[in-house]
Design a binder for this molecule. Structure first.
Ligand SMILES: Cc1cc2nc3c(=O)[nH]c(=O)nc-3n(C[C@H](O)[C@H](O)[C@H](O)COP(=O)(O)OP(=O)(O)OC[C@H]3O[C@@H](n4cnc5c(N)ncnc54)[C@H](O)[C@@H]3O)c2cc1C
Length: 403
């Protein structure tokens, strides 16, 4: 029997890869599509370890991919969740300012939200926001009605089911792409367990995005650097103090949103994540270490420039990663009644952060296209929310190759 020549192979079964496979199946229903994932199941890394928040798109630079694709992806994701029984709840969130300086920045976020097309945003006083979150304290808040929570792992499972509705399509787990060989019109993707041949390949490797691009012979001026985020869970008494989602006003010098409270779809309430340099790309313990990953990060000049620019913040984050009182202090800024007995250490996730050789962080989603391949080089938050819209961009780019 001749080996199958797939029309499309997608490497990486996180939400970006799964959304891409699903959207390709809708656009090219008769084509043969294969989704390849190195783990035993899909969504084991960023997608399955994130905060589970459907982001509204309030923060992002108007006109950027992030702003446009978050807005559009959110709407698509909620519709997909409704149609496919994915646990979710569009419950809204509070962004809370606790100092005068933060109030100024909160007002700017509110204006940006309007620019980004969000309706129904509300600027609230303490008395008003305490009707939503009685234990929250601050000078002012913005209520964002579009924000929600979702089970992203379940969303990916449902995308897989929709892909496999066409019998010619396949999902191969335990398939770690470790070699790429190109011939005139096709590409062979090799793993220890076999190989797959396809006409076009889309790489959605998340924390391994730069490795895959380099394996494909692309010269990069960027590197994927892991940033671990640790979470605490609220105990039963802690849960009486938080109803839904409470966020701080983010620090503009820092690419993360700051530790926040998130009700999850299973009813638990998580606090976090912080953001510390990770010594292992897929390492989820505080002591996780990989010599190869650490050497790779530290051999890149951009990493040192990033450290030099943010060393003070980096040091503080490292201390907070090991100190429950420091973590609690950040949470008490938003909910002062919270006590040490209300929080227990829980899980971690690792974010893929893309750094340029100048030390600058790549903020927006980033794609690199060659003749028959497309690499998603940067898909940070809100890429889980935006996944279906990112997939539309990929299908458009790949479609150009087709026609
Ligand atoms: C702590 C944390 C909190 C976050 N919170 C949110 C949030 O609340 N809302 C939101 O919208 N976004 C959030 N994000 C961001 C979001 O989770 C990511 O942007 C998104 O999941 C990226 O999806 P992905 O498919 O690109 O990557 P991933 O989910 O990491 O998937 C990449 C996949 O590629 C596979 N792979 C890699 N190399 C190979 C190979 N050689 N062969 C085969 N397979 C390979 C991996 O095993 C993995 O399954 C958060 C991220 C983190 C880490």
């Amino acid at each position: 029997m001749l080996p199958i020549l797939y029309d499309f192979a997608i490497v990486g079964g996180g939400i970006v890869g799964a959304s891409t496979a699903y959207k390709l199946r809708l656009r090219f229903p008769d084509d043969q599509i294969i989704l390849l994932e190195k783990e035993a199941e899909l969504a084991r890394h960023q997608t399955g370890r994130n905060s589970g928040v459907i982001h509204s798109g309030i923060y992002y630079k108007p006109g950027s991919y992030k702003a446009k694709l978050c807005f559009n992806g959110r709407e698509q994701l909620v519709t997909f969740a409704q149609q496919n029984d994915v646990p979710h709840d569009v419950c809204g969130k509070l962004i809370l300012a606790t100092t005068e300086e933060e109030v100024t920045r909160l007002n700017a976020i509110y204006s940006r939200g309007l620019e980004n097309g969000l309706n129904g945003l509300k600027l609230l006083t303490q008395k008003e926001f305490q009707e939503i979150e009685p234990f929250a304290r601050g000078l002012a808040a913005v209520f964002v009605p579009q924000t929600g929570i979702i089970d992203f792992k379940d969303a990916v499972q449902k995308m897989k089911l929709r892909l496999l509705e066409r019998p010619q399509n396949k999902v191969h787990t335990n398939f770690h792409v470790s070699g790429i060989s190109k011939s005139a019109n096709t590409t062979e993707l090799k793993s220890k367990t076999g190989s797959v041949e396809a006409k076009r390949v889309i790489f959605c490797g998340g924390l391994q995005a730069d490795f895959l691009a380099e394996l494909d012979g692309i010269k990069l001026d960027i590197r994927t650097i892991p940033f671990r985020g640790d979470y605490y869970d609220l105990t039963e008494t802690g849960k009486t103090k938080v109803r839904n989602l409470i966020y701080p006003v983010p620090d503009p010098a820092f690419p993360f949103l700051g530790v926040h409270f998130t009700r999850m779809t299973d009813g638990s309430v998580e606090c976090g994540p912080n953001a510390v340099f990770g010594f292992k790309r897929e390492g989820y313990q505080r002591h996780s270490f990989s010599l190869a990953d650490t050497t790779n990060a530290l051999a890149f000049g951009g990493t040192w420039k990033l450290f030099a620019q943010h060393w003070r913040m980096g040091l503080h984050e490292q201390q907070r990663a090991w100190s429950k009182p420091l973590f609690l202090k950040a949470l008490q800024k938003l909910v002062p009644d919270l006590s040490a007995a209300d929080i227990v250490r829980s899980r971690s996730g690792v974010r893929a952060m893309t750094i340029k050789s100048t030390g600058e962080m790549v903020d927006d989603f980033l794609f690199e296209q060659t003749e028959r391949h497309l690499h998603v080089l940067n898909a940070p938050s809100p890429a889980a929310t935006a996944g279906l819209a990112i997939a539309d961009v990929i299908v458009e780019k790949i479609k150009g190759v087709e026609e």
